[in-house]
Design a protein around this ligand. Sequence first.
Ligand code: BDR
Ligand code: CA
Length: 313
Amino acid sequence: MVRRVVDKRKIIIDCDPGIDDALAIFMALASDELEVLGITTVAGNVNVAQVSVNALSLVSLCGKRIPVCRGAAKPLIHTRREETRVHGVNGVGGVRLPEPDFGEDTRLAIDFIREMIELNKNNLDIIAIGPLTNIAGILLAFPELARSIRSIFLMGGAVGPGNVTPAAEFNIFADPHAAAVVFNSGVPIMMYPLDVTNRASIGEIQMAELWNMGGEIPKFCHRMLAKYADFYRGKGIAEIALHDPFAMACVIDEGLATYKEYHIDVEISGGLTRGKTITDVDGITGNRANVKVAVDLDKKGFVSLLFRLLASF
Ligand code: BDR
Ligand code: CA
């Protein structure tokens, strides 16, 4: 029998691990559909030195070795504010990670991403699950590269309410100027906003299933998520939202979400609305759609993909 060889989708993960980033990284590394060319880090959930060590440890835990390149330590313009309530001081809910068994790549994140775009013209997707500072940096320094990126899948923003302010979602709020550069760059964007990722959630039953899966990685995920659940419980929310894993799941299987195309811009000033992704749902501005936005999801399909991938380690 002749087996058809299907090319894997080449991706770079730009992230700030981060409890849910960690799960998204595990999913990508476990997936047969994806080839992870490297991971780039950005200050977000915690500082860039810590998220870089976390990324190295997470990859090591999977028994893999791929480039991990350090990125931006601060947003383009705003002062960075440490936010440890959700992900803890070490970014992974205080859970101890093993010592990484390799070191950071010597290339800076933006140099690595540029090199990969040039080597894989129109055959590379960037999966951005942290603040968009690195991606904006590339698009500002080398605007011509916008034509060679196949697409940016990003977890961020909200059509409705935010999570860090009533208006804004964390990743966009953290660096709204960077987000504005990305949304106005012309690169095809697939956006997974809070409106859907809040519904990509798991509760106690799935937590028990995760623990019972056995294996080092599912148990590690369970420990991190237990801390994450404490934060949600404190807010009176029973299920925990897996924001970044949902975006990663849709890279693997786009059918897990349904989409609408809208024009979206980012509020960069505004004391109350900084970082709001202003979504032209009714076509009021007359501006052409620049983003494919996930508006609904197949939650069962998502959870089953997540669990299949975590069980495969
Ligand atoms: C986003 O912010 C971070 O806390 C998560 O990792 C996710 O990327 C959700 O608003
Ligand atoms: Ca993140």
